[in-house]
Design a protein around this ligand. Structure first.
Ligand code: FES
Length: 240
């Protein structure tokens, strides 16, 4: 006699034929049951997945190295920067450096002073001999710094100003210091000295013009000897 099999719940398992029939019914569509058509293909819908997190643009290693070299560079710049700045050759133009004066901007000996705005000086041209103020000069050009030695006002040329019976003086508008046309020698006012002069190197005198070294570093303190500092230029007549 065949032994009856039971499952864990004590019930008999379904027979083999019954299982196959139930499985076939479960996989059969309504359309197939009704004879309408085949079972439709399964539709797969794409599902968006989150993008992975981007990594750091600059890694920590790069940041540390960058900070180190930046700090080192700044430290070296602080130590050697002033020396390099001092050694760097400068080509100063205008006031503070050499200023070229073309020949056609140089007055004739005894003529009225000519102002040079770039170099901030008055160019005077003296004939040889004794000036009306009593100084001796060989004759030549002289560059007078336009800055008043008293408090620094700009000293104008006053061609119509009459003083001590003579016409034409440098006269400061601030406190009235008065200087001669023939060399900027102080004759009146609170200024402590005559107008300062700029150097005119003899090796910078050319047929086309002259070079005046301007600026505080090139200024020579003014004095009664200003007329003797005049530099002769070729092609001019100094004997009147
Ligand atoms: S600033 Fe020229 S006289 Fe005082």
């Amino acid at each position: 006699m065949a032994e009856e099999r039971t499952d864990q719940n004590g019930q008999q398992p379904p027979q083999q034929g019954v299982v196959l029939r139930v499985a076939r019914e479960a996989t059969t569509t309504v359309a197939e049951k009704r004879g309408i058509g085949p079972r439709p293909a399964q539709v797969s819908t794409p599902v968006a997945s989150p993008a992975p997190k981007p990594g750091p643009i600059v890694s920590r290693r790069v940041m540390v190295l960058g900070g180190f070299w930046t700090a080192l560079g700044l430290a070296l710049l602080g130590v050697f920067g002033p020396q390099l700045d001092f050694l760097y050759p400068r080509r100063v133009r205008g006031f503070g450096g050499p200023v070229f004066v073309p020949r056609n901007q140089i007055p004739e000996p005894g003529g009225d002073p000519v102002r040079n705005f770039e170099g901030r000086f008055w160019l005077v041209h003296l004939p040889a001999g004794t000036t009306p103020n009593g100084e001796q000069t060989q004759g030549g050009v002289l560059a007078l710094w336009q800055k008043c030695p008293h408090l620094g006002c700009t000293v104008p040329w006053r061609p119509d100003f009459v003083f001590q019976g003579r016409k034409g003086w440098f006269r400061c508008p601030c406190h009235g210091s008065t200087y001669t046309k023939e060399g900027g020698v102080r004759v009146f006012g609170p200024a402590p000295r005559s107008m300062d002069t700029f150097r005119i190197p003899e090796d910078r005198i050319q047929d086309t013009g002259i070079v005046v070294l301007t600026g505080p570093n090139n200024a020579v303190l003014g004095g009664p000897d200003n007329p003797s500092r005049a530099v002769r230029l070729p092609g001019f007549n100094y004997e009147s």
